[in-house]
Design a protein. Structure first.
Length: 288
């Protein structure tokens, strides 16, 4: 006689996630190398908290990451190159940062891909305003993906896998026309999965350079020969080893940590009156 060992219920997968398994399958072909780091974000976090207390505006912490990453990549663009065929690399002048931005869809919240184009030519405030403008928009029909991508990703197996193989081949031959258009040159995602605890996330990235912003924990650290409590963020950095070797990857990581830990670019905000409704409206119109 069969027994019902555990009660359960059947619920629908949210519309914003139904194509996710097939989309993730597109990313696992890379020969990635990973670095699990701890970055002191005390300066940036204190500045953002102080700014909110004084102005009421919550600056985007992920936007600040995008700003610093774009600045670091701008100093060594080889880390964001794509393979072009088997013997060439496509190295791009602009840093296009792709990131998921959570938005409302059909009563649930789901991350939608947005690419901050030419992030290396933008200030932190401009990136922050762009993120806020995107968050205020209705979700586009294609959820931020190129036309046709979601259609094939929602078809029954094995069509998504076959389409992914074709897309991978086209991307290898023409990264400037497909990879950058679909996924930018750098990927950032913020999992924050452990809240106020340390925790690293490893997420597949289609880009040659990807960063996963994890949990934050207060830890005792040595600062100028003194022990001080600092806010340490768990950061995972991934590189496509077909494109980037260990030495340039290490140099990039060192420079990125220097920018973040020094509060790079934050002093400029104090002299910028960025609560400009006309500017925000222009951003909404340009992104739509």
């Amino acid at each position: 006689m069969k027994q019902n060992l555990n009660a359960f219920q059947v619920i629908d997968i949210p519309a914003g996630r139904r194509e996710m398994p097939n989309l993730l399958n597109l990313y696992w072909w890379k020969h990635s190398i990973y670095g699990l780091l701890e970055v002191d974000v005390t300066v940036a976090r204190q500045f953002i908290a102080k700014h909110k207390a004084e102005t009421g505006e919550a600056l985007s912490f992920t936007g600040y990451w995008a700003y610093c990453v774009a600045s670091a990549v701008d100093q060594d663009k080889s880390v964001q190159a794509y393979l072009k065929g088997r013997k060439q690399l496509a190295v791009f002048d602009d840093v296009d940062v792709a990131m998921p931005i959570e938005r409302q869809i059909n009563g649930t919240r789901a991350p939608m891909v947005h690419i901050i184009r030419r992030a290396n030519r933008k200030t932190f405030i401009e990136i922050h305003q762009e993120i806020r403008a995107v968050q205020s928009q209705p979700v586009p029909h294609n959820k931020g993906f190129a036309p046709g991508i979601l259609f094939f990703m929602r078809l029954p197996w094995p069509i998504p896998q076959l389409f992914g193989a074709i897309l991978s081949t086209v991307t290898h031959q023409n990264p400037e026309g497909t990879a950058v258009a679909l996924a930018g040159t750098v990927g950032i995602t913020a999992v924050g999965m452990f809240g106020l605890r340390s925790g690293w996330g490893i997420v597949p990235m289609v880009q040659s350079l990807g960063l996963v912003v994890g949990g934050i924990a207060r830890k005792p650290c040595v600062v100028e020969d003194r022990i001080e409590p600092r806010e340490m963020l768990s950061l995972t950095v991934s590189f496509d080893h077909d494109v980037v070797d260990g030495t340039p990857a290490a140099r990039f990581v060192q420079r990125l940590m220097e920018l973040i830990e020094s509060g790079y670019g934050l002093s400029e905000i104090e002299s910028v009156a960025y609560q400009d409704t006309d500017r925000a409206e222009q951003l909404v119109q340009s992104i739509a």
